[in-house]
Design a protein around this ligand. Structure first.
Ligand code: ASP
Ligand code: MG
Length: 407
């Protein structure tokens, strides 16, 4: 007998029909002799609908009230599923974040989990009850409702699995696992059997939208094995777990593409100490995340400086940079939105050399110009023209033997 946390995302509970299917799966898992804890998202689209309502009331809704509102979506689905299970004669009970003791800080709409007591869940399990828990929500020390950021029910599930020392946390979603690349872009992409936490983190933050990033960080920290699986089909999924020898044997585990960046270049920057600080200080103060930075070799005491920011922050960044450019007497500022970042990811890069060289060669063979490069121990990223992103991803996927990879 294993203790399994099963989390079902918004599309998996999007209609009553689908809630029936979730009940089938939960019943089957219990029937196989396991203890099940269920964590649910709101019905797909519901959190967005609530957010929209709030913004119809006022342009700047109070965040405590937003959490009060947003947390209702998950109450609906847990109650419906618990009713359905009870209707089948199974002993199930729904619980809010408060009832199961998910205690967070007070950062409304993006709260961090401080601790999880899970007393009511343990009690329920001991009595043979299937707990059905609202994801995405907790309470702060004053018992005000908080939410854990978009996609936060993944985090609820992982945190509960850690607190309960569950054998497994299964995230049921609308895809059957993590792929070597986005299959919509790279048709030859293959499902990955097993992926390291660190690789998954890179994949998640680079745009593979399968798991919420914070949930992966949490899983890594507490060593929770997380399985991503489809709630619509039967079959194997992807296990996110500790790095092992098999994973190190391949240099590249996946290829990702990110179109959410924009490039800012300041032309004719005086090449002297202190200038970079004057440029990036105001950007940091505005909470804009700078990803890559390139400074060219200076000529005649002038240099060009390029960096990328999230496209969504460009409107905020542009006037700041225009001001700074004036201050430091730079020549001009140019902005390119049509860029994309293509990345290779793999823990095997630690022990395989030549990955970067091969990547550059593949891109050059396709006539794709590299504007910026950044590397970490397990990742290499290149900024290229956006129109070449799909070509770059497909070519790299083939060149690094991922088309043939056995899942
Ligand atoms: N319902 C929340 C959202 O849409 C939490 C989740 O689904 O994970 O972000
Ligand atoms: Mg989700």
């Amino acid at each position: 007998m294993a203790l399994i946390v099963q989390k079902f995302g918004g599309t998996s509970v999007g209609t009553i029909e689908r809630i029936h299917r979730v009940a089938d799966r939960v019943a089957r898992t219990q029937g196989d002799g396991h203890q099940v804890v269920v964590v649910l998202s709101a019905m797909s689209g519901e959190t967005d609908r609530l957010l929209k309502l709030a913004h119809e009331v006022t342009g700047t809704p109070d965040e405590r009230e937003l959490d009060m509102l947003l947390s209702t979506g998950e109450r609906v689905t847990i109650a419906l599923l618990a009713m359905e299970l009870r209707g089948r004669g199974l002993n199930a009970r729904s619980f809010t974040g408060r009832q199961v003791g998910i205690i967070t800080d007070s950062a409304h709409t993006k709260a961090r989990i401080a601790r999880v007591t899970a007393d009511r869940i343990k009690e329920a399990l001991n009595e043979g009850v299937i707990p059905v828990v609202a994801g995405f929500q907790g309470i702060n020390e004053r018992s005000d409702v908080t939410t854990l950021g978009r996609g936060g029910s993944d985090l609820s599930a992982v945190a509960l699995a850690a607190a309960l020392k569950a054998n497994r946390c299964v995230i049921f979603t609308d895809v059957d696992g993590v792929y070597t690349a986005d299959p919509n872009i790279v048709p030859a992409a293959k499902r990955i059997d097993k992926i390291a936490y660190e690789e998954m983190l890179e994949m998640a933050s680079l745009g593979a939208k399968v798991l919420q990033t914070r949930s992966v960080e949490f899983a890594a920290k507490f060593n929770v094995p997380v399985e991503v699986n489809s709630s619509f089909t039967e079959g194997k999924g992807t296990l996110v777990t500790k790095e092992d020898k098999d994973m190190e044997a391949v240099a590249v585990a996946g290829v990702t593409g990110d179109r959410n960046q924009a490039k800012i270049t300041i032309v004719g920057v005086p090449d002297k100490p202190g200038i970079a600080g004057r440029i990036f200080g105001p950007v940091a103060e505005a909470h804009i995340n700078v990803d890559m930075i390139i400074q060219n070799i200076g000529q005649a005491a002038l240099t060009d400086l390029s960096f990328t920011v999230p496209r969504a922050d460009l409107k905020k960044a542009e006037p700041l940079i225009q001001n700074v450019a004036k201050d430091i007497e730079a020549k001009s500022v140019s902005i390119t939105e049509a860029i994309a970042k293509v990345s290779l990811i793999g823990v095997g890069m630690r022990s395989h050399s030549g990955v970067a060289a091969k990547m550059f060669e593949v891109l050059s063979r396709e006539g794709i110009n590299i504007m910026m490069i950044s590397t970490s121990e397990i990742k290499i990223s290149c900024v290229i023209e956006e129109k070449y992103l799909e070509l770059a991803m497909r070519s790299l996927h083939t060149a690094f033997d991922l088309d043939q990879r056995q899942a």
